[in-house]
Structure formats: structure tokens, C-alpha cells
Design a protein around this ligand. Structure first.
Ligand code: PLP
Length: 427
């Protein structure tokens, strides 16, 4: 049997680096290579200076290339690059970060699991939810629910619970890890029906972003998140709130969980914990989930999960300094101010004939465009005006600059979107 298809087009060559999440024939030959950055701006190898209207992938909350964070990494590496946290070994930075995160956690008295990013955190949370129920003697509680349009990274569990079908498709089965299902993103009664159809006895956890980012900056309908929490409580389903984007200030609260008054069983985080200066993520775990693993008994199980870089000392040192910066520069309340400005600016843009809807929660904004104005084309044109934005699902342009953004920069970003839409309308 031959796997060769004679009709296939010849491959295009490009850099040896295989870009992530890219349709390669569409990007090869026009890739933008960022070589340095400063605060809210990034600089490309072909000489462009671009305002970073998305903080990279929602990560550079304190701005790019800050010496304090480079110094923290440098000092830590000279002392101890890292040491694993397996068995009886720990490293002091991971312990310190665990205490710091526990003290600021919206979940009371949590334990903190550290790893290297958001997709990792989702894998841990989903495995831990299943392990929790197995240990509690509910062996059938294995299904993980997620919302339509959800994005939870692209490791095996993130791929399996993707609510954006294109991220789940193409691997030969409906769900790479078996036993997952989607619930409605808007209609809480429909969520309840799905739970009853599958049967609560089969469901381990429900994972939800408080504001869906990649799905198109979908802010929760009033009462929706509270409804999810109620359904989870009534049906013994663990609620995992994915704060990978929203954690550490993006919504004007340290966690979106606080903004919406939730009490989840697990919270996943990444990005903003280090502002992207080192790969780090993790999970905050509520007492009723961690306690069974801490009982003083030889029948107590282990949660067999970990990686060489769980609690990486240098990443933890960077996170600690990043959290100091958030406090010292009062960046979380600053997000609250920028949110009000963004709402005003987008309200003005909402009247444009090319705009269907604008959505804002904190410094997280989306401009939904009419079908015949492509968000992808608009973001490409914005680069020519000196701005990085990103097209999201729902023909939406993403706005989420660093927290250090000035009022003027935010106004200029929204004005540039307006100018590009005007220019297209005039063509
Ligand atoms: N969860 C959410 C809500 C995300 O937006 C992302 C990434 O954008 C992830 C998880 C995955 O995080 P990472 O890319 O660090 O693996």
C-alpha cells in the first residue's frame, strides 16, 4: 500500500521552525519575526515597531522586556536553576510561590499544583477530578464537560474538551481522551438538560472559562456562571474555572472568580502569573479535593502526576517578582480604569456599519464584525498601521493590551480599528 498521492501540491519551504496553530501555506513568506520589545511595543526583524494590542497571547500583562524580571531570573539561576518537587524533595522558590498563591487565592485554604503552562494545568485539573471520584468510590464519574466555543489549550485533555470543533477534529475519534461532552455556552437550562441526559453519576467535572477568550471574548450572560455553579453543586460535579487568561488581574480583579462571586473546586492559571517571562502554570485545589490525598494513613492514595519542571525554581522566582510588580504599580485597579475607557471607546465604535457587537470585561475586548468584513483581513491591515491585534472565532478582533497601556495608547488602538473599517467601507 502506498501513502503517496500523485495529485498533491508540492510543499512550500520556509523556516525549519514549524509554526504553532498556523495554516502554513497562508503564512509562509509573510511571517512577522519579533526580535525585541519594550513595554507595550514589539519590534520586528524587518524594522516595524508595533503596539502589542493583545499582550502576545494574553500574557505580557506587566509589559515586555522588563529588567526587574530579567534580574529575578538571573539571580535565581546563579543560586539554583531548579530542583524537582518529586517525593520528599522541594525547592524553596516553589514553596514560597505556593504560599503566596494560596494567600491570594479566591478558593479558601487551597493547595497549589505548579507546572509549566495552561494546557498542562488543564491536564492536571481534569486528571485530578477523575482521580478524586475514583478514590471516593464513584468509579463511573469520568466524563469531563466543557462549553461550546471553549479553548483550554491543546494538550491531550485540552484537545479533547475543545469547544471549538476544529481543534478537536482530525484525530480519528470524537474525543482524544474518551468521555468528554460539550454544554451550551449561553443557555443554562440547556446545560441542565445535558447533565441529566448524560447522568450526573457519570460526570466528574465541568470546565469553564469565565470569559471565553479564543472563542471570541464571550462575556457570560447574567446568571450563567452562577447557574453552572449551582448545577455542579446539586449534581456532585466538580467545577473547574479556567483562569489561564483572566487570572492575575485581566478583569480588574485578581481572579475573575472574584468578579463573578464564584467558589470553584479547582482553578487553573498560567500566563499572567509570570506575565510570560517564564513558562509556568498551575492549579488551585479546594480542601475537599486535596484532603483525601493528605490523610495520615497508609490507605491514602498518591496523585501520580508531575513533571521535571513542576515548580521550576527560576519560573517561580520570576512569578514572585511579577506579583510584586502587579502590587507595587497597582496594575489590577488600573485595569478597572482601562476597562471603563475601553467600554466608552468601543461604544463609539459600535455604531460603525461593519460592527455587529462589541464586548468588554476588564481589559479584554472583542469587536465582532459583519460577515463580509473579515476580522483576519482587518488584523492584517492593522499591522500596516502599527498595531498587533488578533482574529478570534465569530469574526472578532481581539483587544487585550498590557496593563501598563496608557489612555492614549488604548484610544489610538480603537481609533486604528475604526480607521481600517472606514477605509474598507470607502473602497
Ligand atoms: N486555557 C485558556 C482559557 C487559554 O486561553 C489557554 C491559552 O490561550 C490555555 C488554557 C492554554 O494555555 P497554554 O497556551 O499556556 O498551554
Amino acid at each position: 500500500m502506498s501513502y503517496k498521492n500523485e495529485n498533491e501540491a508540492a510543499p512550500i519551504t520556509g523556516p525549519a521552525l514549524w509554526s504553532a496553530q498556523a495554516h502554513l501555506p497562508s503564512v509562509l513568506g509573510r511571517q512577522l519575526i519579533i526580535e525585541r520589545a519594550e513595554g507595550g511595543y514589539v519590534f520586528t526583524t524587518d524594522g516595524r515597531r508595533l503596539f502589542d494590542g493583545t499582550a502576545g497571547l494574553w500574557h505580557a500583562n506587566v509589559g515586555h522586556a522588563r529588567p526587574e524580571l530579567a534580574d529575578a531570573a538571573h539571580a535565581q539561576m546563579l543560586r539554583l536553576e531548579t530542583y524537582h518537587v518529586f517525593g520528599r524533595y522541594l525547592n524553596d522558590r516553589a514553596v514560597e510561590l505556593g504560599e503566596r498563591l494560596a494567600a491570594m487565592s479566591p478558593v479558601d485554604d487551597p493547595k497549589v499544583i505548579l507546572n509549566s503552562g495552561g494546557s498542562d494545568a488543564i491536564d492536571v485539573a481534569c486528571k485530578l477530578a477523575r482521580r478524586h471520584w475514583q478514590h471516593a468510590g464513584h468509579g463511573d464519574k469520568t466524563v469531563i464537560l466543557s462549553r461550546e466555543f471553549a479553548y483550554h489549550g491543546l494538550h491531550a485533555y485540552g484537545t479533547s474538551i475543545a469547544g471549538l470543533d476544529f481543534n478537536r477534529d482530525g484525530y480519528g475519534t470524537e474525543s482524544l481522551v474518551p468521555e468528554t461532552a460539550r454544554v451550551s455556552t449561553y443557555d443554562i437550562d440547556a446545560v441542565e438538560r445535558t447533565v441529566h441526559e448524560i447522568g450526573a453519576d457519570h460526570i466528574a467535572a465541568l470546565v469553564a472559562e469565565p470569559i471565553q477568550g479564543t472563542g471570541g471574548v464571550i462575556t457570560p450572560a447574567p446568571g450563567y456562571l452562577e447557574g453552572l455553579q449551582r448545577i455542579c453543586r446539586e449534581n456532585d460535579i466538580l467545577l473547574i474555572i479556567d483562569e489561564v487568561i483572566t487570572g492575575f488581574g485581566r478583569t480588574g480583579h485578581m481572579f475573575a472568580t472574584e468578579r463573578y462571586g464564584l467558589q470553584p473546586d479547582l482553578i487553573t492559571f498560567a500566563k499572567g502569573v509570570t506575565s510570560g517571562y517564564a513558562p509556568l502554570g498551575g492549579v488551585l485545589v479546594a480542601p475537599h479535593v486535596w484532603q483525601p490525598f493528605y490523610r495520615d494513613s497508609d490507605r491514602t492514595p498518591m496523585f501520580r502526576h508531575g513533571a521535571t519542571y513542576s515548580g521550576h525554581a527560576t519560573a517561580c522566582a520570576v512569578a514572585l517578582r511579577n506579583l510584586d510588580i502587579l502590587d507595587e504599580e497597582k496594575l489590577v485597579p488600573r485595569v478597572g480604569e482601562l476597562e471603563q475607557l475601553l467600554v466608552r471607546e468601543l461604544d463609539a465604535l459600535a455604531g460603525h456599519e461593519a460592527v455587529v457587537e462589541t464586548r468588554v470585561a476588564g481589559l479584554l475586548g472583542g469587536v465582532g464584525l459583519v460577515d463580509d468584513v473579515s476580522a483576519e483581513a482587518v488584523t492584517d491591515e492593522l499591522v500596516e498601521h502599527g498595531f498587533v491585534t488578533r482574529p478570534l472565532r465569530g469574526n472578532t478582533v481581539q483587544i487585550s493590551p498590557p496593563f501598563i497601556t496608557t489612555d492614549d495608547e488604548l484610544r489610538q488602538l480603537v481609533a486604528a480599528i475604526g480607521a481600517v473599517l472606514d477605509a474598507r467601507a470607502a473602497r
